[in-house]
Design a protein. Structure first.
Length: 463
């Protein structure tokens, strides 16, 4: 049964309709014209509206508009003696549920109202289920019972309903994008686009074009006009990952957007207005970058309205057991494999591991064990990388040798890190037999980010 609003200027017609519909145990409300119907719709919730078309103070189409102004999914049934093809077409075009004529057959009207009530029920249940799924997804992705993660969830709950810019910091693989998505999902912009971009994956020119768009002929290869990601995220959220890598020119454009919502495409002098909430993440110390002249101070203070710091996994080891259980469930579902569990020895080994790759590395370790072992229990022998990395100063590891430098010696830190990165990329490509997509996945990089690093270090496919 449902709550039905019957709109007709003839009292006898309202009584007949109400009497018939009450046979199906509906709750009936009546309105004698358009104005009364509009007031009633504004003050009450209904499951179905049944309305006449021609009334002294207006038309049924005005009732339809008022109904959909309050609830766009509310079914409206026209029941009128003034029937015409034009009216039927127009009412259906404006979203009417059905169009019936007088004199009516009671069983037809009752059946139509039942169908309309069922549609309303299904639509509302669907909305409730979607809301529940969103809440469950948000809760499961930001996992951890440690004090640092409880503080992160509390900060998300406070900042999500606002329009404030958020600076999310933490090491690579700690889940900065998950935090950004949770903020968006719990914000008033949740139904609008969430657009994510890794600023480290593009050269300076390409990043500006990607973010702000470009005009035809703005640079070599710009053979047509292109919309940027800021415009694509209009009324939604744009997540800038690794924003510390942005050039000073791109930073100046970003500052203008954050200040007055004005965007300039590359090669254009005509500003465009965008309404975008910006969430920023970086693993770098932006305050240090400001002191080095690599990041604008005014932009830093504009971004760091609300900071959220995510602790590395090694500082919240009490979360490893629960995270491992979550990943075991997710991986078994994704791979369509039997559910496995970690042995006590394997779990202890993980809890003693440094996890330089944080959550991403933990998941990759468990996924690799799922694929390579046939046992229902994952043991220490199924986590060879963890075994190696828990042994400090392993002399057989080129990575360990590269970093085994006495602190009293002077050395080129940038060159050392770049050399170690190149070596790790080469070893990973060797392990995947040159398959760049798989190598990028193992290293937690996008394909474009890996391509950029291959070009940077001059690594050719033949190597």
């Amino acid at each position: 049964m449902g709550r039905i609003l019957v709109v007709d200027d003839e009292p006898s017609m309202r009584r007949i309709l109400a009497s018939n519909l009450r046979q199906d145990h509906h709750e009936i409300h009546e309105a004698s014209g358009v104005e009364e119907a509009q007031r009633t719709l504004a003050a009450n919730d209904f499951d179905v509206v049944v309305t006449d078309q021609r009334m002294p103070d207006g038309e049924g189409l005005a009732v339809l508009a008022a109904a959909h102004e309050n609830d766009a999914t509310l079914p409206v049934i026209f029941l009128t003696a003034v029937a015409s093809i034009e009216l039927a077409v127009e009412s259906m075009r404006q979203g009417a549920f059905d169009f019936l004529t007088k004199p009516f057959q009671p069983e037809v009207v009752r059946a139509t109202v039942r169908r309309a009530c069922e549609r309303t029920r299904l639509l509302r249940e669907n909305i409730l289920l979607k809301d529940a799924v969103v809440r469950l997804e948000g809760a499961s992705e930001i996992y951890g019972e440690s004090a640092p993660m409880q503080a992160v969830r509390e900060r998300i709950a406070r900042v999500a309903p606002t329009s404030a810019t958020v600076l999310i910091t933490g090491e690579t693989g700690t889940g900065k994008e998950l935090v950004a998505r949770a903020i968006h999902r719990n914000s008033p912009r949740a139904s609008k686009p969430f657009v994510a971009v890794n600023c480290a994956a593009f050269t300076e020119t390409l990043l500006e074009s990607e973010l702000f768009g470009h005009e035809k002929g703005a640079f070599t290869g710009a053979d047509r006009q292109r919309q940027g990601l800021f415009e694509a995220a209009h009324e939604g959220t744009l997540f800038l990952d690794e924003a510390g890598e942005m050039s000073l020119a791109a930073q100046a454009k970003l500052l203008r957007i954050l200040t007055d919502g004005q965007l300039l495409r590359v090669g254009s002098t005509r500003p465009r207005h965008v309404d975008v909430r910006v969430l920023v993440a970086t693993h770098r110390n932006l305050e240090q970058r400001v002191r080095e002249g690599l990041f604008r101070e005014d932009l830093f203070y504009r971004l760091a309205v609300v900071p959220i710091q995510i602790a590395p996994l090694r500082e919240r080891r009490e979360d490893i057991a629960g995270l491992s259980d979550v990943f075991c469930h997710q991986i078994a579902t994704d791979l369509k494999m039997p559910r496995r569990r970690l042995s006590a020895e394997a779990l202890q080994q993980l809890q003693e591991y440094r996890f330089p790759g944080n959550l991403r590395e933990l998941r990759n370790l468990i996924e690799r064990a799922y694929i390579l072992t046939s046992n229902l229990e994952i043991g220490p022998e199924d986590l060879p990388l963890a075994q190696k990395e828990t042994i400090p100063g392993n002399g057989n590891s080129s990575r360990a040798n590269a970093l085994a430098i006495p602190l009293s010696d002077s050395f080129d830190l940038t060159g050392l890190l770049e050399g170690a990165e190149k070596e790790l990329i080469l070893r990973t490509l060797n392990a995947t037999r040159g398959a760049q997509a798989e190598a990028a996945r193992r290293m937690g990089l996008s394909r474009s980010a890996l391509a950029y690093k291959l070009t940077k270090y001059g690594i050719r496919a033949s190597e």
